[in-house]
Design a protein around this ligand. Sequence first.
Ligand SMILES: Nc1ncnc2c1ncn2[C@@H]1O[C@H](COP(=O)(O)OP(=O)(O)OP(=O)(O)O)[C@@H](O)[C@H]1O
Ligand SMILES: O=P(O)(O)OC[C@H]1O[C@](O)(CO)[C@@H](O)[C@@H]1O
Ligand SMILES: [Mg+2]
Length: 392
Amino acid sequence: MKKRIVIGQAGGPTAVINASLASLTEALAPKHDVTFVLNGYEGLAEGNFLEGNANLLERIQMYKNVPGACLGSGRFMSSMEVIEKMCWQLKYIQADALIMIGGNGTMQALHLIEKELANIGADLQLIGIPKTVDNDLGGTDHSPGFGSAARYVAHTVADSSRDLMAMNNFEQVRILETMGRNSGWLAGASGFFKEYEEEGPHFIGLPETSNTHEQLFQSVEASLKSHGQALLVVSEGMFWKDSLNAEHKNGRAVLGGVSAQIKSSLEEYFKISARAEVLGMNQRSSSLYVSESDKQEAIEIGVKAAHLINENVSGQMVCIERISNLPYHVKINTTSFKNVIKEGERALPEKFINDRKRYYEWLRPLIGDTLSYPPPLRKEDNIYASSIDRPK
Ligand SMILES: Nc1ncnc2c1ncn2[C@@H]1O[C@H](COP(=O)(O)OP(=O)(O)OP(=O)(O)O)[C@@H](O)[C@H]1O
Ligand SMILES: O=P(O)(O)OC[C@H]1O[C@](O)(CO)[C@@H](O)[C@@H]1O
Ligand SMILES: [Mg+2]
């Protein structure tokens, strides 16, 4: 049966969200009428639709390797009244299905829409496609977008660490702040390439752990003593003195800025020079750092969602089930919205917090490659300098 399928993207973009959209529409279009929603849930509430004609469908394929969400995404306060509006818009255009590509917030909204559609007597298939760089979405081993963002963070921290080592008469402490909201998956990934003790991160601050204040100071002290420098990675959601004063926008706390607060505290206490840097939007948008497995999974997930439409499935999010780590093998599966929502903001589990090596083994197939730098030059490596007479 030919169906009218409405497709949208919501929440923060990723480097591979358009790959899911492209594979989904490619698989759906020959058989169904595809309608796109502009600007996520805001567009849905306003009835901001685009008819998926041949020209538009061809254009969507051109964004397959382009970061950002090509339909427009965004964050938008959706009260129950607004959810109702979305449902009436869907009923009005006689949609048979709604597919939203997004993170945990997007899935919560889908679940509310599902209930409201039942209230107004509209029978639609609802399907969620996962994406988030934060990896805080439940019901799936990991989400498309995370692998590429983790790759970005791991490479950037390894590189920045070599830069800091070169500058320690000028700058002794560098604090790099990652995304992740209240989950430490991304910050935790920052030590993936660390091989030598001089290399950072010398401390990773996670939102999941408390009492990090003292540990952070101890790590800086030890690293300054041994290496003359310290590189710290902190998650934007890590607790610090001012965390409770976060401003709110569109119903959620605006995070960010903890690295600057830590910089001030360390400069004052250690009388050193520190620099705070927020790794920023490149984490979720860098096309240079896209991981192959991440892109491949984003594509497969789009195709799976199209199959679910043909099989009349509803109330489900496509998910990734890891069958084995070595060799890496996954199954693209489904899980109910209820199951996803039950997990809330999925935290980095304790087994990974307490055993970082274990986390990196889990992460390796998602990051997809290895980076191996030679050991940093050390004074004791220099046989020549220690054997010559020095000027008096
Ligand atoms: N509890 C909720 N009730 C109703 N609508 C919600 C809810 N949470 C989120 N939404 C809607 O879903 C949109 C996307 O959610 P959110 O901004 O949390 O991003 P996300 O999907 O979690 O992705 P990411 O966190 O990776 O950026 C919101 O802007 C809002 O319109
Ligand atoms: O300022 P914005 O658009 O809310 O984006 C920042 C947030 O988006 C995310 O990247 C998720 O997409 C979070 O890690 C981060 O807090
Ligand atoms: Mg989210």
